[in-house]
Design a protein around this ligand. Structure first.
Ligand code: SF4
Ligand code: SF4
Length: 189
């Protein structure tokens, strides 16, 4: 019948419009900012640096390898490598970022920095209410602003963070097992 598709489309629209008054799952909008939706687990916005434990500085996983800085397509990451080293989660001495800056006015949220990082040190955040009228203080983020705890990572991406913890746990166990045979003869003496 001529126009049948239009009639069916209008009927579907009417069903959803009136249905949204009766069925909550049909509501596709919320009264922002009074109401807020919890972001989906797969949501991503700008990167953050993960730290373990209580040390926002000492617990940073980043070892300043500079891979993300080189791979970032718009080159909005800037890292200054430290002169000294600190132990990482398996006790190996590693460099750390003396400075780590991301210009989020340039970042295109591509997540390439996350994918190339071999140390699970940089992840995507879900925070999105970030407007500011201060170009430098507001959009050029340093370590202070970028560093967020592993608990935060678990809160926003629980599945992914649990997998990362498991992999790191295995790496730590393997490093401890490798270190043991060397320690045993010394203990036996
Ligand atoms: S998300 Fe993409 S653009 Fe943004 S800092 Fe990472 S690599 Fe660069
Ligand atoms: S965030 Fe990862 S890839 Fe980037 S410098 Fe640190 S350890 Fe290297």
């Amino acid at each position: 019948m001529l126009g049948e598709g239009i009639v069916r489309g209008l009927a579907e629209t009417a069903r959803n419009f009136f249905g949204s008054f009766a069925e909550k799952e049909r509501l596709t909008t919320v009264q922002f900012p009074e109401e807020r939706r919890v972001p989906f687990e797969a949501a991503r916005n700008f990167p953050f640096l993960v730290y373990d434990g209580d040390g926002k500085e000492s617990g940073l996983r980043c070892v300043a390898c500079l891979i993300c800085e080189k791979e970032c397509p718009p080159r909005c990451i800037h890292i200054d490598k430290s002169k000294d080293k600190k132990p990482d989660f398996v006790g190996k001495a590693q460099f750390y970022p003396a400075a780590f800056t991301i210009d989020v006015s340039v970042c295109m949220s591509c997540q390439i920095c996350v994918e190339v990082c071999p140390f699970e040190a940089i992840k995507m955040d879900t925070a999105f209410e970030l407007s500011t009228d201060d170009r430098f203080a507001g959009l050029l983020w340093g370590k202070d602003r970028l560093a967020k705890s592993n608990e935060h990572y678990h809160a926003i991406h629980p599945t992914e963070a649990a997998e990362v913890d498991e992999r790191r746990g295995q790496e730590k166990a393997a490093a401890e097992a490798k270190a043991k045979p060397a320690a045993q003869p010394a203990e036996a003496r």
